[in-house]
Design a protein around this ligand. Structure first.
Ligand code: IMP
Length: 425
């Protein structure tokens, strides 16, 4: 009989919702924090006590000294980037080796996967996905083709397996006529990363997680990317290559669906997207630039400008449905502090037809907006719901009514302390 629980914390639009900050706030309530999908394409920025950290592969629970952190089987991991990220934390005084467990079943991103990522993007011409270039697509494709290398492979005949796979990649790259690359330095760091990773507990994390559940422990499943980047449910083919949605929690950690209790869906008070693909709420005007500037919307991994627009209720309703979201968390509300009016996309219009449900193809959809009065005051100093201006309370109520889901946490600034819980979890 399992007595523990898993709660999931998921970005429900295009990623970059600020999951890292919320996991960090949530961590004291859980025994374990686990990543179940994605890899170093993620960049979770956490700011506290004046220090800023960007986590890519390591779960955000790493800052709480007594928590176990798990990189689950659904993740992909680049040893060189992992080493750089982990060493930075070790240098800042965090002990990782006893608290960070890596699944033997997680797949390894090879340097040549990153070259393949670039080669496939180049071959796509105008239909580029705009990937992060971290080798995510080629690594997950390899997993599905059953030719990949897994973390557990480090433990036996590794160099033989690595060289065979690298040779296969080099052949593909020759076939693609993509020969202008040099991985010498990268490969050196990568192999050092393999050595370094082997000093961590490489375990059967699914067995471990289920043992924790039997012991009554609570686990937070930390999502990466967002629902609209999910390989099945996102804006395909402009998506990432994993299941970023709640179904991915089960496959990416090796747990049954019946142990998942709360599904927290995180979104921003406005919308952003990095990379290519349809984005009906995108603003190309001064308002879009203002959102980018005030919201500091530049990619944590690639530094690219994020595309900005108003909040998209069609996408949010769809994401709530796909994930079974039980509670919503609204981030960066303060970015809207100076606007006279705020807009929310309540439907799409395509070929003269009004669409309230997410269509198969959002390309060519135009946003239909409802305009709402702004609150025109500084939310960043507010520490409780009672202090909120009426216009902001009305905006929250409007969103809750439309989305039929409670917004239980609101973020009004980048610091851990600027997080207001309306209903204690
Ligand atoms: P990939 O995951 O690097 O293959 O990139 C596929 C698409 O997902 C691109 O549009 C990326 O910009 C986007 N993407 C991947 N990871 C993130 C993320 O953590 N936040 C936002 N967008 C992401």
């Amino acid at each position: 009989m399992k007595k523990g629980r898993v709660d999931a914390l998921l970005g429900i639009v295009f990623g970059d919702e600020g999951k890292g900050k919320v996991v960090d706030v949530f961590t004291p309530r859980y025994d374990v924090v686990a990543r179940f999908a994605g890899g170093p394409n993620a960049g979770h920025t956490i700011i506290f006590e004046g220090k800023k950290f960007v986590l890519r592969s390591i779960p955000s629970g790493i800052f709480a000294e007594d928590k176990i952190n798990i990189i689950g089987n659904g993740c992909v991991i680049a040893p060189d980037l992992f080493m750089a990220e982990a060493k930075e934390l070790e240098n800042a005084g965090y002990d990782l080796k006893s608290r960070l467990h890596i699944s033997k079943r997680a797949h390894l991103i090879l340097p040549t996967h990153r070259v393949l990522d670039r080669a496939y993007e180049a071959a796509k011409g105008k239909n580029k996905v705009g990937t992060t270039g971290k080798g995510i697509g080629p690594t997950y494709s390899e997993k599905a083709s059953r030719t990949g290398l897994r973390v557990g492979d480090i433990l036996e005949n590794f160099m033989e397996k690595y060289n065979a796979l690298k040779a296969r990649h080099e052949q593909i790259l020759r076939d693609l006529n993509f020969t202008e690359y040099d991985i010498t330095e990268e490969e050196k760091a990568w192999l050092e990363g393999i050595e370094y990773m082997s000093t961590f507990p490489l375990t059967d994390t699914e067995v471990e997680i289920n043992k924790y559940l039997r012991e009554g422990k609570s686990i937070l499943a930390e999502g990466a990317q967002g629902t609209m980047l999910d390989i099945d449910h996102g804006t395909y083919p402009f998506v990432s290559s994993s299941n970023t949605t709640s179904g991915g929690v089960c496959t990416g950690l090796g747990i049954g669906p019946n142990v998942i209790k709360e599904v927290y869906g995180i979104f921003k008070a406005y919308s952003t997207r990095v990379g290519a693909g349809p984005f009906p709420v995108e603003l190309f005007d001064e308002t879009g630039n203002t959102l980018r500037r005030i919201g500091n919307e530049y990619g944590a991994v690639t530094g690219r400008d994020r595309r900005c627009g108003w909040v998209d209720l069609v996408a949010l309703k769809y994401a709530i449905m796909i994930n079974g979201v039980t509670q919503l968390i609204m981030m960066k509300s303060d970015v809207l502090d100076t606007f006279d009016t705020i807009k929310a996309c309540v439907a799409y219009k395509k070929n003269g037809e009004i669409l309230e449900d997410m269509p198969f193809e959002t390309e060519g959809c135009e946003a239909v907006y409802k305009e709402i009065p702004g609150w025109k005051c500084d939310l960043t100093k507010m520490t409780s719901e009672e202090e909120f201006p009426q216009a902001f309370k009305d905006y929250i109520k409007f969103l809750e009514d439309e989305l039929e889901t409670p917004i239980t946490i609101l973020s009004v600034g980048p610091d851990r302390a600027q997080t207001i819980e309306r209903i204690k979890a």
